[in-house]
Design a binder for this molecule. Structure first.
Ligand code: HEM
Length: 729
């Protein structure tokens, strides 16, 4: 056997090597002479070669044929799931060495900056679908470590719909547009999805998450990420601990309203993509902390749920999340297709020190990703695409295949060999090689699920009970909306039966909205996963209670609300505006890190009451309140009169109020507020103190207004404004 040692390269050298590797593939085109794909300079790619000026086009025209052929083949299959996505480059740094837990070198050196590429996505919609679908968001991170690529392929929700990967094709067939008419696009509100879910009690917990505001993030930068499965950390001594991975956004976890989401889908379906791109371009780099929940092997069976069950989370009250490092996204891709589209993540891409558990969902994923990428990216060599290459050299005896880039030298491509000088040595664990965790498995082969996976409702209930009042209302409305779009009444009723097992009040409210009753004796949720020779009685869900009544981390109401960095704020103004007020407030908002845009009846400039020219960023035709977090109306007699008379401006304010956003107006712009539907909703004895409960600031002093407005915007939303639809007593 060969004994040659793999040489580990120092970080800087290896990263610069990656850049060198990429260099021949990077092309800006600017100022260069045009060539064919084979390097021939060409002087006309705008006119095809013809027999005479008006003659037929000649088959000989290789320039035409090459250009059209390449164009004809531009599209590749989109991802079967998570087709719609956006990505960015960045870096990860661990705070302190985690060597006691894991021998992963990128988690042991606080000086080391590991390059990363992160892709966020929706799941159900196709590539061109809207960003604002009610959906789970993918949160996939590729760490280019010194020991190879580690992919943390997670979602923005900590649990999943199914417990076994063999159901994944069913789940996705159910949620995708229905096969006869290809409707609806990027939406779960249809019969096949709820048919499947209502027959699958194990999805109850995930459904609570998917119907919550988590499914409508304000921004990719304001959502959490979760590795979902329990993984293993393994240290140098071979000791293993279970680990759950979390990403905690430093801007807090925030969402939009459902009505707002639907509007954004029309006004700007690229809303999240644009938000990520713009934030990075402006230097407001998105940041997350990597958190871990670590469970010693000895505690595997100490919980009320099974650590291998991907429909369960570990409440943070039971195992706190330790924040061990920071991810910063600091560079947009140069080319969407080459990077964001061609990147290939895989849960199976691990590094020494990180290993799998027997979670049956994880086990199936280990097969699925490479398999799908073979067809999506056209062959076995997609690891050579620049975005997928590790920063360290690859040595093995795999050869050839479509689009092979590497020019392997030498005669032998087999091991062992005595002819070639290129026999790659196999690394021992002590030299940094990967060895699978030496887990003892001694079992019968069965197609069965462990009974420890059968409590489907206790964590669904824990999630619901942990929500704030407005969050519960949103969740109730979401279920009523989705089931309201379902045409088959039996599916609605079956789903009410499931909801009744989670919370009777929730089921009653949804039933009220649907105009039907919760079935008197709810149909026992059917477990369609009963094996052929199984007894159905043995497969009923277990009715259990969580020992926790609520968990703080599950509610977005408890998130960070201390910053307005990168929040988008609209100033509605017209000719005659009071420029002193406008400039004072704008300056204060910019200083606090917000993005501010002046919106006026038309583009160009407005002229203030003191003849100052103020540039306009958007007109009422191009702007919409749903694209902003907050709105301010400065004073100035003529400006106020124009804004008040502008239907689009009044609509802007009405919608901002309906979507619970912070609103500010100078005292002498009050007549604009009086033209809105919400003027009557504001308390008559309005004081400065009312601001933080109502989120509407009315002030005569611009500096004071700015201060109060900033505090209100930092609250994100004033959800209490909404009137819940209650079931009559
Ligand atoms: C905990 C459960 C799961 C999570 C968190 C998850 C997450 C993700 C994410 C984030 C992506 C997008 C990657 C990208 O941005 O390119 C993705 C893609 C994909 N996932 Fe999953 N997934 C889960 C379960 C599954 C299961 C059970 C299967 C199959 C058995 C599966 C199959 C796929 C496939 C085929 C793709 C497309 C990959 C590609 O074309 O590159 N996933 N998944």
């Amino acid at each position: 056997m060969a004994t040659k040692k793999n040489s580990a390269k120092p970080a800087a050298e290896a990263i610069s090597e990656k850049i060198v590797n990429l260099a021949p593939h990077t092309e800006s085109g600017s100022g260069e002479l045009m060539t064919t794909n084979h390097g021939l300079k060409i002087n006309d790619d705008q006119n095809s070669l013809k027999a005479g000026e008006r003659g037929a086009t000649l088959l000989e025209d290789f320039i035409l044929r090459e250009k059209i052929t390449h164009f004809d083949h531009e599209r590749i299959p989109e991802r079967i799931v998570h087709a719609r996505g956006s990505a960015a480059h960045g870096v990860f740094k661990v705070y302190e060495s985690q060597a006691a837990l894991t021998r992963a070198s990128f988690l042991s050196d606080p000086e080391l900056e590991t390059p990363v590429f992160v892709r966020f996505s929706t799941v159900a919609g196709s590539r061109g679908s809207t960003d604002l679908a009610r959906d789970v968001r993918g949160f996939a991170v590729k760490f280019y470590t010194q020991e190879g690529n580690f992919d943390l392929v997670g979602n923005n929700m900590p649990v999943f719909f199914i417990q076994d990967a063999i159901k994944f094709p069913d789940l996705i067939h159910a949620v995708k547009p229905e096969p006869d008419n290809e409707m609806p696009q990027a939406a779960s509100a249809h019969d096949t999805f709820w048919d499947f879910i209502s027959l699958m009690p194990e999805s109850a917990h995930m459904i609570m998450w998917a119907m919550s505001d988590r499914a409508l993030p304000r921004s990719y930068r304001m959502m959490e990420g979760f590795g979902v499965h329990t993984f293993r950390f393994v240290n140098e001594q071979g000791q293993s601990n279970f680990v759950k991975f979390h990403w905690k956004p430093l801007l807090g976890v925030h969402s939009v309203a459902w009505d707002e989401a639907q509007n954004i889908s029309g006004k700007d379906p690229d809303f999240h993509r644009r938000d990520l791109w713009d934030a990075i371009e402006s230097g407001a780099f998105p940041e997350w902390e990597l958190g871990v929940q670590v469970v010693p092997e000895a505690d595997e069976f100490k919980f009320e749920f099974d650590l291998l069950d991907p429909t369960k989370l570990i409440p943070e009250e039971l195992v706190p999340v330790q924040r061990i490092g920071k991810l910063t996204l600091n560079r947009n891709p140069d080319n969407f297709f080459a990077e964001t589209e061609q990147v290939a993540f895989h849960v199976g891409h691990v590094v020494p020190g990180i290993d799998f558990t027997n979670d049956p969902l994880l086990q199936g994923r280990l097969f699925s990703y490479t398999d799908t990428q073979l067809i999506r990216l056209g062959g076995t060599n997609f690891h050579e695409i620049p975005i997928n290459r590790p920063v360290i050299p690859v040595h093995n005896n795999q050869r050839d295949g479509h689009m092979r880039q590497t020019i392997n030298k030498g005669k032998s491509s087999y091991s062992p060999n005595s002819l070639g000088g290129n026999d790659p040595a196999q690394a021992k664990a002590a030299e940094g090689g990967f060895t699978s965790y030496n887990e003892r498995i001694d079992a019968r082969k069965v197609r069965q699920r462990s009974k420890s996976f059968f409590d489907h409702f206790s964590q669904a209930r824990l999630f619901f009970n942990s929500q704030s009042e407005p969050e519960k209302n949103h969740l109730t409305d979401a279920l009523t909306f989705e089931l309201g779009k379902v045409k088959t009444v039996a599916i609605r009723e079956r789903m009410l039966g499931i909801l009744a097992q989670i919370d009777k009040g929730l089921a009653a409210q949804v039933a009220y909205g649907l105009g039907i009753h919760v079935p008197q004796v709810p149909e026992q949720p059917i477990n369609k996963s009963i094996p052929a020779d199984g007894n159905p009685a043995d497969y009923q869900p277990i009715q259990a209670e969580s020992s926790l009544t609520s968990s703080e981390a599950l509610s977005m109401a408890n998130t960070i609300k201390d910053s307005i960095v990168s929040r988008k704020i609209a100033i509605l103004a017209a000719d005659g505006v009071n420029e002193k007020a406008l400039n004072t407030v704008k300056k204060a908002l910019l200083a606090a890190g917000a993005v501010v845009e002046v919106i006026a009846p038309r583009l160009g400039f407005i002229v203030s009451e003191n003849d100052e020219q103020i540039p306009v960023d958007q007109s009422f035709l191009t702007a919409a309140s749903v694209l902003f977090d907050a709105v301010y109306v400065p004073g100035g007699t003529n400006s106020v009169a124009s804004i008040e008379a502008e239907a689009d401006a009044v609509h802007f304010l009405n919608e901002a109020f309906k979507h619970c956003k912070a609103i500010a107006a100078d005292s002498d712009a009050i007549q604009v507020l009086e033209a809105t539907y919400f003027s009557k909703k504001l308390p008559e004895d309005y004081t400065d103190e009312t601001v933080l409960t109502e989120g509407v600031v009315i002030q005569s002093k611009p500096a004071k207004l700015a201060e109060q407005f900033i505090a209100a915007v930092a609250q994100h939303r004033f959800w209490e404004r909404e009137k819940p639809r209650k079931v009559p007593a």
